[in-house]
Write a protein that binds this ligand. Structure first.
Ligand code: UD1
Ligand code: CA
Length: 464
């Protein structure tokens, strides 16, 4: 996402984010602003957007489940937490933070449950604010629930009326209040002191400062948001799911614009960051989490989950694969139905087939583990062939042990390599072996009871 970072000289900017409400309609134990959008709390999206404006301070007003909210965005620095112990209204909430804002600063008010707000919209508002009070409004098909913008015959903003206080004719107005505004902190502080709660909800409304600004001769500059989605608040899970799809659609469009082929942009989820080479193709229902780096001409098969992985050029990930914390070289083939767990490294040209789990192991160049195997804590050389059903027995119930497999080794099917154990380069392990001590280079090692046949043996017969 592009952040317009024009370095014009400006007054210092401080941001207040309201996040004290419970969010009853989510019907959840989790505070509303902690509910995830694209895999992280809504509040953290708002914080990212706020940070992109380089403010001198960010004040977050918390109340309901305050500790949980703080924990959810741990790691974010520069947050000044403000407590609003009783939720007496948006004006009351801002009033809790305003004493800590420098009187000469511009103050921008944001909402923890309006997660798709964009830096460029806010930048525009901040730039307009020095002339008075800048207010972000939105033209709505259905303005239900929003405060309405009242203008005079010349189009000059006069006040905001909350829906519950509005007359029938005022409810016909389709210009709604986004709630987001920016003005000089000293003015806002003065207006907030004069708020009362003499209204339908018995709350201290932030919106009442608009009429005060007009009365004080401060110009109200209303800017319309480009899209209603950007200023949409989340009150229930259905609205959250709607914004999630809008967000994901944006991610998919950006990837396609960057040259990624997608079977269905509506069935793609980015819950982290992705960087892609050229001519990458992503099939349906792929989920990306954490940091994912993908090289040129990579194909990601349907229904795959990629979390914190790096994938080299020309590698194909086949359907239904779950890759987590893996580094995959060039020209590899993984899946279908593969599971790569953290610490997996595949050298170029390696192949991991169906129902194979690999954990904390290095698979050397061109080596193949094609069917139904578990490879854990293993150092595997190049050109190794691991037969179906091979298991590295890395865990003795208390400790993990290492398996080392030399270049060019051939592990027969259904073998168990009981670690710690080492298989020499060029060694062959006979199928069905349980290997408990090191196998020498270039020799055939097998541990198998000799096969015998009993002539004249009869199957038992059913009694009676
Ligand atoms: C508010 C606006 C309305 C606007 C709408 C846009 C007011 C009075 N009304 O209404 O004009 O159209 O947003 O979505 O401002 N909060 C606190 N402490 C409180 C009350 C609220 O922190 O005491 C927080 C809530 O957690 C929420 C935000 O402020 O994040 C908005 O509060 P909410 O009650 O949802 O306001 P609306 O009725 O939607
Ligand atoms: Ca709301």
């Amino acid at each position: 996402m592009d952040v317009a970072k024009e370095k014009k000289p400006r007054m210092s900017l401080e941001i207040i984010i309201l996040a004290a409400g419970q969010g009853t309609r989510m019907r959840s134990e989790l505070p509303k602003v902690v509910h995830p959008l694209a895999g992280r709390p809504m509040l953290s999206h708002v914080l990212d957007c706020a940070e992109s404006l380089s403010p001198t301070a960010i004040h977050v007003v918390v109340g309901h489940a305050a500790e949980q909210v703080k924990q959810a965005v741990e790691g974010k620095d520069k947050i000044h937490w403000v407590t609003q112990s009783r939720q007496l209204g948006t004006g009351h909430a801002v009033a809790q933070a305003i004493p800590d804002v420098g009187a000469d600063a511009q103050v921008l008010v944001l909402y923890g449950d309006v997660p798709l707000i964009s830096p460029s919209t806010l930048q525009g508002l901040v730039e307009a604010a020095p002339a008075g009070l800048a207010l972000l409004t939105v033209e709505l098909e259905n303005p239900r629930g929003y405060g309405r913008i009242l203008r005079d015959g010349n189009g000059k903003v006069l006040a905001i009326v909350e829906e519950k206080d509005a007359s029938d004719s005022q409810r016909q107005i389709r210009e709604g209040n986004s709630g987001i505004l920016c003005c000089k902190a000293g003015l806002l502080r003065d207006w907030l002191q004069r708020l009362d709660n003499d209204n339908a909800q018995g709350e201290y409304y932030l919106t009442d400062v608009i009429a005060m600004a007009v009365a004080d001769g401060v110009e109200v500059i209303a800017r319309k948001a480009e899209s209603a989605d950007e200023v949409s608040g989340v009150n229930d899970r259905s609205q959250l799911a709607r914004l999630e799809r809008i967000y994901q659609r944006g991610c998919a469009e950006a990837l396609m614009a960057a040259g990624v082929g997608m079977a269905d942009p509506a069935r793609f989820d980015l819950r982290g960051e992705i960087s892609v080479g050229s001519d990458v193709f992503i099939d349906c229902n792929v989920i990306i989490e954490g940091q994912v780096l993908i090289g040129d001409r990579v194909r990601i098969g349907p229904n795959s989950l990629l979390r914190n992985v790096q994938i080299g050029d020309d590698t194909h990930i086949e359907a239904m694969s779950v890759l987590d914390g893996a580094q995959i070289g060039e020209g590899c083939q993984v899946g279908p139905f593969a599971r790569l767990r953290p610490g997996t490294e595949l050298a170029d040209g390696a192949k991991i087939g169906n129902f194979v789990e690999v954990k904390k192991s290095r698979i050397g160049k061109g080596s193949k583990v094609n069917h139904l195997s578990y490879i854990g804590d293993t150092e595997m050389g190049a050109g190794v062939n691991v037969g179906a059903g091979t298991i590295t027995c890395n865990y003795d119930g208390a400790n993990k042990h290492k398996t080392v497999i030399g270049d060019g080794a051939f592990i027969g099917s259904d073998s168990q390599l009981v670690a710690p154990v080492s298989i020499g380069a060029g060694a062959t392990i006979g199928a069905g072996s349980t290997i408990t001590s090191d196998a020498p280079e270039n020799a055939l090692t097998l541990s198998r009871s000799k096969q015998r046949s009993l002539e004249g043996w009869k199957r038992p017969e059913k009694k009676g």
